[in-house]
Design a protein around this ligand. Sequence first.
Ligand SMILES: Cc1cc2nc3c(=O)[nH]c(=O)nc-3n(C[C@H](O)[C@H](O)[C@H](O)COP(=O)(O)OP(=O)(O)OC[C@H]3O[C@@H](n4cnc5c(N)ncnc54)[C@H](O)[C@@H]3O)c2cc1C
Length: 440
Amino acid sequence: MPGLAVASPSGKGAALSAAAPPDDLDVDVCILGAGILGLCTALVLLREDKHLKVALLDREVPCSGATGAGQGYLWLAHRDVGTPAYKLAVRSRQMWAELLAPTVPELSTQAVEWQASGSMLLATSEAEGAALRQRRDRLAAAGVEGAQVLSAAEVHQLEPSLATGAVHSGLLVPSDSQVSGKATAAALLRACEAHGPRFTALFHEAASQLVTGPTGRVEGVVTEARWVRAAHGVVVTLGAWSGIFLAQQLSDARWEGAFKPRRGLLLEMPRPDGMPAVRHGLMEMGYTAHYAHSSSSGQPTADGGLDITFTTTTSAASTLLVGSSREFCGFGREGEDAVVDAIMQRAAHFVPGLAAVQRQDISVRSGPRPWAAAGTPWVGPVPGMEGLFLSAGHEGSGLTLAPASAALLLQYLLGEPAHLEGDVVDHLAVPSTMAPILAE
Ligand SMILES: Cc1cc2nc3c(=O)[nH]c(=O)nc-3n(C[C@H](O)[C@H](O)[C@H](O)COP(=O)(O)OP(=O)(O)OC[C@H]3O[C@@H](n4cnc5c(N)ncnc54)[C@H](O)[C@@H]3O)c2cc1C
């Protein structure tokens, strides 16, 4: 690797001490991390430019992070109309529809287990009911069709598994849908592979070192097995690991505080005998507080310990998916049994039939939601590091927001318009979100 150096924020680089890995690979874009953001970015790039070569690298396999745990709600109902996250979700929704066009067998609605089940937000008090009505009005004004507020009796008629008395009213948004995170990741990978030799998947290979050229530009990445040269750039989609990686690579500890793992558990179980089926995606209204904490961005702040809010839906395989928890406890899996109990207790308050589920029948999905200190996902060029791009920090919305985030990277990498308003682009840009954190 003559003339190459380990990346440094000054752009000058340090001597690359490791011996050159045995294998070289030349691509146009190298994406680090094969969660939903990395997979979606790879596919959007491959589709947009028919000559582009893309490598997707993961130290494990797709779905090793948050993506495999995701409930898969592609919703607008719980977002705050007009915020950048809402606009990103609207654009993503259009793009999901385009990506799931029936002409692409690898990525059909069936392959991603897409369900047009609609969403139902559940208010538990008069105050929450008033908030639901306001939400309905704002969604309707923003053009979301069919959003309607239901009385407790109407909710119960549509969802007889819910306890009478637990719900004050509901907001039904029929156009909201859901997918399976795992199935979507698998389908995206197959769709990437369908592009033949232009796509290279490198799994069980950790990105260990960014490499800069003589001008300080990031020119690729070194793994244990090879040196991947990336002519257009390297994209970091490492989810909750993004901050640790950038802190190490750029020798700047402030990046570590920029992203944190916010552990989330989702429980899968058979529906108990006699319990009515759950027909919509359900979510208690309290969940929206995760978005309200940060006024304009749509992402929560880092305060608080274990937080449980009730969600449930029926999977394509007819099992129940019951959630969910949020806690800042690192990347480990300690203490999950107590969290499972807390989720089930909250869920049984809304759906009494769930009290009959035996612990041994519950399978636990756990994943680190990539929480961002800036209160918003970060999508754009990394400041001071030409050739390095970032798309991370999507917290509880990565499955929803992945396509529009990928389109935005496309805009930066290839100059193709992302069809996002300028304020959204600016809001998500890494230089603007990083500025206050770097100033600390
Ligand atoms: C319980 C739960 C429910 C959720 N429900 C929803 C929902 O209903 N709707 C929604 O939109 N979102 C939901 N989410 C959020 C969504 O799952 C995440 O926002 C999304 O999966 C983040 O994807 P990502 O690609 O950024 O990160 P990840 O999926 O975490 O991917 C990061 C990848 O980077 C890899 N990696 C790490 N370090 C390295 C390295 N050095 N080299 C190479 N690879 C590395 C990891 O192995 C991993 O595969 C939920 C999340 C949880 C936990």
